[in-house]
Design a protein around this ligand. Structure first.
Ligand SMILES: C[S@@+](CC[C@H](N)C(=O)[O-])C[C@H]1O[C@@H](n2cnc3c(N)ncnc32)[C@H](O)[C@@H]1O
Length: 224
């Protein structure tokens, strides 16, 4: 089974109960909602804006985004797992939102629409080995002054490898946690943000177990 197939299988099993079980993620009582609010707030959205939610899952960010962009705005939700998108579809129908489009795609090869005001990815981009390229593609799709925010988990600095393994045992979202710890994707995400965006901020959250990074596309085109 390929890594993609494995990931899709894993999230197919989680999809139906994801909204409930994710409240225990990465640990019971983890301030996930306040982190999501902060990530959406960092986008500085306005009514009418277009936002892409990369690896949107069941759409747990959609209501927060809707509050900022209103019915005249637009959300594009992208995810690899059909069953997660099916749950997102139910959320959209339940809320009567007519301004959300879902697309089943690999974030690594997804073609962003043009003229995007905000791009968000929460608790997901570190699972994408090509996370640096996703940020580069997203940055290229932003309007001048548009913003991209990534909220995700990380291993706190100075945590020995053996402790990281114990600490993440409870949160194993998929079998390749060893690969995740070894790859240190938050470092690639940080480097790509700095390479592709301006005014990049980096905040460590909850004792360094998560990070929120935000950057903007340049307000004026650069000439070489
Ligand atoms: C932990 S869930 C997070 C979902 C949502 N962003 C949230 O905050 O609740 C991770 C999601 O990433 C998706 N995902 C993982 N790798 C992906 C990829 N390469 N392209 C698109 N989606 C991916 C999974 O299908 C899953 O829905």
């Amino acid at each position: 089974m390929s890594a993609h197939e494995h990931l899709i299988e894993t999230y197919r099993k989680k999809a139906k109960h994801y909204d409930v079980t994710s409240r225990l993620y990465p640990a019971p009582g983890y301030p996930q909602r306040s982190q999501r609010l902060r990530a959406v707030g960092a986008l500085g959205l306005h009514p009418g804006d277009t936002v892409v939610d990369v690896a949107c899952g069941t759409g747990l960010n959609f209501a927060l985004i809707q509050d900022a962009i209103g019915p005249e705005g637009r959300i594009v939700g992208v995810d690899l797992t059909d069953a997660m998108l099916a749950q997102a579809e139910e959320r959209i129908a339940h809320n009567g939102w007519r301004n959300v489009r879902l697309e089943q795609a690999d974030a690594a090869t997804f073609e962003f629409p043009t003229e995007v005001d905000g791009i968000l990815s929460t608790y997901a981009l570190s699972q994408v080995p090509e996370c640096a390229a996703v940020i580069a593609h997203g940055a290229a799709a932003l309007v001048p002054g548009g913003r991209l925010s990534v909220l995700d988990l990380k291993v706190p600095a100075k945590t020995p490898r053996w402790l990281a393994h114990i600490g993440t045992a409870a949160v194993r979202p998929f079998a390749s946690i060893d690969e995740w710890i070894g790859r240190r994707p938050w470092e690639a995400i940080r480097a790509s943000m700095q390479e592709n965006l301006t005014d990049v901020t980096w905040h460590e959250l909850c004792f360094g177990t998560a990070f929120l990074t935000t950057g903007s596309s340049a307000l004026t085109a650069t000439t070489s």
